[in-house]
Design a protein around this ligand. Structure first.
Ligand code: MGD
Ligand code: SF4
Length: 749
């Protein structure tokens, strides 16, 4: 195996035609389809219906997959009984068939080999037996040489849980996923410290009943989380007020009565000023705060100086607008939601910003109230019996020990620990990567490439030839979510429910499900007792039986709801309630933060602003895509094939830019974009920032559609500020200048 510098290889994939299902705009396929009974009857005839839940994003909507007699999946329709989708999939979910049909898919296991000249690496096809034996031998070798802890799992989505079981049985807890430190982690810390409860997914926001929804950089509607979007559109129909705080006129902001086009990086100042207004105009929920609050007097003193006039100079939002919006929230309270957001790693003080959001909700009395946040509940899926896991000597907690509030593995810290000298006590020597395209996901590519260079072994399990697969020593092709069993989806909602995923078609090519891969590796490592079944179907059947249902029933219904057991969904008038914080109350002042040397209440800190000629690089979601995983999907590529660079008309004038002109970007550290990106001149973005959708700019040629389409925001993120509480890597402190000439010309020639 090649242990020296690993170069990125554009994995070859054998071409094969696939099924294509064309989609139009959001909701149109499923809605039109559902409303046209004749069409449904005609097309559904002779099709087999199989329950699944979607893996195109992590909202996990339950759906029916329809398969024809030739084992081809023809379409996907939302399960009517599922609270995540209410029978309607989003365009990405409908287009999930394209993941199955994509002719660029990985088709066989691949092993990295030296080329003829001894330098150029390449891949050769391998049998499953050979590839799995190689990985198992490597895992055994790492265990012998360094201990199992030095083997890390970097994962995301459903494949993760099967491999997590393998890793824990093998003796390693060095596990992380980007959904924590590159996404939601800070909000879980901020809300956890204040209410003693994580937000989790789906967010327990009672949007359908709210009178006022405040979105702070949260672009619901572009961030297409299905039932949340449906509820927001119901709330708008019911006359709810939307307040959107965003430097960009997002789709949500375009529906808002109040769009506060805040100067980027100054949100904490606005949140403090809002708290000032609520407290000093005496319009906060006094009864609620008195009964459930802790440290209100300290907060009152703390925000005394943070007047709207003070915040104006920082945020550029006029004092009367700050006062007016605070009064709107108070008038709607407690049916008001200051939304926690989802991808919240922005400026490095993100846990504190999220705490300010939580505290504002506390002052408005919205936690546990109708139209605010509900008390969520889920059912426990029993564990299939296996021996206890061995206790590792160290794991993700020790790797991230600098960050006292980290509650999951920090991807970037595991990557750092893979570079010799960076974490001597907890050295990582090999990775298994599954379901995450790390190089396009974690900022600071130089750090990742250094880690990759240093590692003794990398195995990547993916469905597609992505950027990360090109760095692997062994590549394993997983079959798509439509071709496999996975764990039972137990959803946290107003009402608990479960959903079944089972194969709608036989896996294409030689691809295999990860439950099978994990079991084979486990058997080869002598861990049979942890995998005491022949087929994962047996595990699911056993679990469903314990839960009072059966595989047969679930195959027919797909989703099953259970009655609530944890008590009322909202607080009743004056109901005693103990929050899971140290004080048992909503902590406006946090003694725990103070004790650990952090600010017990959020403060505003100044962040660097762009130098002359540079613009802040802002980014977000396309409604047609999920991160980098869907760009090559034939159905979704048809809907959106490239991202564009949003620039304000003033910037266009200064830089001499026109709509659809191709430009390149250079960041503050001299890093250039690889591909050109087209300009979109629009008033919808402030003049101090530019904006693009995340996920585009693939540089793997084997992605026959996505290669070279648009640009990658991640490549331009060479600087991060790390959240000192939980280790999140803030990505919004990068600045770019716009180039009209290709800076890569010399390199290419
Ligand atoms: P993707 O880029 O979609 O998301 O980061 P990732 O989870 O890495 O990569 C997913 C990978 O999983 C792809 O290689 C895809 O082919 C593969 N895959 C898809 N389905 C399956 C499957 O069933 N089995 C297997 N084995 N593989 C599969 C997401 C992360 O990115 C998150 S959660 C957030 S919020 C952040 N967002 C973000 C951003 O907005 N901008 C920038 N620059 N970086 C970001 N990083 C974070
Ligand atoms: Fe799938 Fe869309 Fe639901 Fe996400 S929101 S799980 S992509 S249908």
């Amino acid at each position: 195996m090649n242990n020296s510098r690993r170069t990125f290889i554009k994995i070859s994939a054998m071409g094969m035609g696939g099924v294509a299902l064309s989609t139009t705009a959001f909701g149109s396929i499923s809605n039109e389809f559902l409303s046209d009974d004749n069409l449904l009857a005609k097309t559904a005839k002779n099709l087999k219906r199989t329950p699944t839940y979607c893996e195109v994003c992590f909202w996990k909507c339950a759906a029916w997959a329809y398969t024809d007699e030739n084992n081809n999946i023809k379409k996907l329709i939302g399960n009517e009984n599922d609270p995540h989708c209410n029978g309607r999939l989003c365009p990405r979910g409908t287009g999930g068939v394209g993941m199955y049909a994509d002719e660029d898919r990985l088709k066989t296991p691949l092993i990295r080999v030296k080329g003829k000249n001894g330098e150029d690496d390449t891949y050769r096809k391998a049998s499953w037996e050979e590839a799995l034996t190689l990985i198992a031998n490597k895992m055994a070798e790492v265990k012998d040489k360094y201990g199992p802890e030095s083997m890390a799992l970097l994962k995301h989505g459903s494949p993760g849980s099967h491999l997590e079981h393998l890793f824990k049985a093998y003796g390693s807890d060095s596990i992380a996923e980007p959904a924590y430190a590159q996404c939601r982690g800070p909000r879980e810390t901020g809300f956890g410290l204040t209410f003693g409860s994580w937000i989790g997914s789906p967010e327990p926001t009672d949007i359908r009943d709210t009178k006022c929804l405040v979105l702070i950089g949260s672009h619901i509607g572009e961030n297409m989380h299905n039932s949340q979007v449906q509820e927001m559109s119901d709330a708008i129909d019911n006359g709810a007020t939307i307040i959107a705080v965003d430097p960009r006129l997002s789709t949500a902001a375009s529906k808002a009565q109040h769009w506060l086009a805040i100067k980027p990086s100054t949100d904490i100042a606005l949140l403090l000023a809002w708290m000032h207004v609520l407290i000093y105009e005496d319009i906060y929920d006094k009864e609620y705060v008195k009964q459930y609050g802790f440290g209100f007097d300290e907060l009152k003193e703390h925000v005394k100086e943070y007047t709207p006039e003070w915040a104006y100079g920082i945020t550029t939002i006029k004092p009367e607008e700050i006062r007016k919006t605070a009064r709107v929230m108070a008038a709607s309270a407690p049916s008001v939601i200051v939304h926690p957001g989802r991808h919240v790693v922005w400026y490095g003080d993100d846990s504190q910003r999220e705490r300010a959001i939580a505290m504002l909700n506390g002052l408005l009395g919205s936690w546990g109230r109708r139209g605010g946040f509900y008390f969520k509940e889920k059912v426990k899926v029993p564990k299939f019996p296996h021996p206890p896991y061995p206790k590792p000597k160290w794991g993700w907690e020790e790797i991230g020990e600098k960050y006292p509030y980290a509650e999951m593995g920090i991807t970037s810290e595991l990557i750092k620990a893979s570079i010799p000298g960076e974490n001597e006590e907890h050295p990582i020597k090999a990775w298994i990567v599954a379901g995450t395209n790390l190089v396009n996901t974690v900022p600071q590519r130089e750090m990742i490439e250094k880690a990759i260079d240093s590692l003794e072994f990398i195995a990547v399990i993916d469905t597609m030839p992505m950027e990360i697969t090109g760095y692997a020593d062994v590549v394993l092709p997983e079959c798509t979510y439509l071709e496999r069993y996975d764990g039972i989806r137990s959803a946290t909602n107003r009402e608990p429910s479960i959903a079944l995923r089972m194969p709608a078609a036989k896996p294409k090519y030689e691809s295999k499900p990860v439950w099978w891969i994990a079991k084979q590796l486990g058997e080869k490592l002598g861990l049979h007792d942890y995998f005491n079944y022949n087929d994962f179907e047996e595990v699911i059947a056993w679990q469903l039986k314990q839960m009072g249902t059966s595989l047969e029933e679930m195959k027919k219904i797909g989703v099953k709801k259970f009655p609530r057991k944890s008590g009322p969904i909202f607080l009743e008038e004056g109901q005693p309630y103990e929050f899971a914080t140290d004080s048992g109350k909503i902590e406006f002042y946090s003694p725990d933060l103070a004790e650990k040397g952090f600010d017990p209440m959020p403060k505003y800190t100044d962040h660097k602003q762009p130098d002359q000629g540079f613009y802040r690089l802002n980014y977000g979601r396309s409604p047609m895509h999920t991160f980098s995983r869907t760009i090559n999907n034939p159905n979704l590529f048809d809907l959106k094939s490239e991202n564009k660079l949003w620039v304000n008309p003033k910037v266009a004038r200064v830089e001499g830019l026109k709509n659809d002109q191709e430009v390149w970007l250079e960041n503050q550290d001299g890093i250039h974009s690889t591909f050109p990106i087209k300009v979109r001149v629009t008033e919808r973005i402030r003049w101090d920032s530019v904006y693009m959708y995340h996920g585009f700019g693939h540089n793997n040629k084997k992605l026959s559609r996505a290669f070279g389409m648009g640009e990658s925001d991640t490549k331009l993120m060479t600087r991060v500020v790390v959240d000192p509480l939980m280790g999140g890597t803030a990505m919004r402190g990068n600045f770019v200048r716009i180039l009209t000439e290709n800076p890569n010309k010399d390199i290419e020639s």
